[in-house]
Design a protein around this ligand. Sequence first.
Ligand SMILES: NC(=O)c1ccc[n+]([C@@H]2O[C@H](COP(=O)([O-])OP(=O)(O)OC[C@H]3O[C@@H](n4cnc5c(N)ncnc54)[C@H](O)[C@@H]3O)[C@@H](O)[C@H]2O)c1
Length: 336
Amino acid sequence: MPKILVTGGLGYIGSHTVVELLNDGFEVAIIDDLSNSERFVLDRIEEITGKKPDFFEFDLKDQERTNQFFAENKVDGVIHFAASKAVGESMVKPLIYYRNNLVGLLNLLDAAKDHHIDNIIFSSSCTVYGQADELPIDEKAPIKKAESSYGKTKQMGEEILEDFARVFDKKIIALRYFNPIGAHPSALIGELPKGVPNNLIPFITQTAAGIREQLSVFGDDYPTRDGTAIRDYIYVMDLANAHVKGLKRLLADENVDQYEIYNLGTGTGSTVLEVIQAFEEASGTKLNYKIVDRRPGDITAAYADNTKAAKELGWTPETSLEESLRTAWEWQKTLD
Ligand SMILES: NC(=O)c1ccc[n+]([C@@H]2O[C@H](COP(=O)([O-])OP(=O)(O)OC[C@H]3O[C@@H](n4cnc5c(N)ncnc54)[C@H](O)[C@@H]3O)[C@@H](O)[C@H]2O)c1
């Protein structure tokens, strides 16, 4: 079976994708510097799948070490998750974000070029669209100036990859995730936010668990059905599955373009208040929340048109918001 390098494979989306890859029979090597993850995740992956991926602990910013990895390990494809991802933090530490997300990518691509690695999947984000003019958002929607340095690194990453695919004749898929949520059904792996969570769902589950006193809902004066912002929440295992489908497309040379882009979302937007209600029903708990001012940089609404992924990758999300929230809650309870 092909061997796949998963960078950032001990992180949130990476670890769930590694589980899907191993369950599908792929061999997996993980590079992760543990800057935003924990080593125990490796054991949990083994507990779920019965297989232990090879693990290499180092920083992709280290060009020499990255090259050495490729010199010593033959891989058939790469899924590149490793990046810094906190939007708010990127606004105050932009250089750290540019360096980690771009230097890491460039080192990886240099090594991929030198060692003749084809088949690359890149973690991109719906942040590249900014506040789109039309909803749902399809892949042809214009790229707007990103609000955050994090968003800019994803836009630049995509541009770099498009050039790389063209000049060096490589096959690449960029996956633009909407809002990944939930945990593996075993509750052995899930999201591990450091400090105060940026994202709604870990904030909700931490509030329900009593770790945070109150959930802040940022703004109830958006032009939406209940005034709160709308996002497209996609279950992390559905997302993981899309990576496997994307990879198989590249490995089988079924891609139509050298550089392809897919939106990964459910196609349905939910308001913050709808998510709160769905969580309360899924968990049987009551959430303490209050409405506060809008958060700078937040957009009104974003949800995906996912028909391209359905048609070309054969991927459709299968898990409801309620079920995804239930897994997030089960995972949170293991962290108490
Ligand atoms: N979670 C989201 O809401 C979301 C949405 C859209 C896109 N993305 C993108 O998906 C990818 C994965 O996100 P995630 O939520 O799993 O994040 P995460 O922080 O949980 O995982 C990233 C992993 O990469 C590792 N890493 C970071 N920099 C590294 C480096 N220089 N060298 C080696 N390892 C490094 C971290 O230790 C971590 O384990 C990221 O590229 C992120 O930008 C995430």
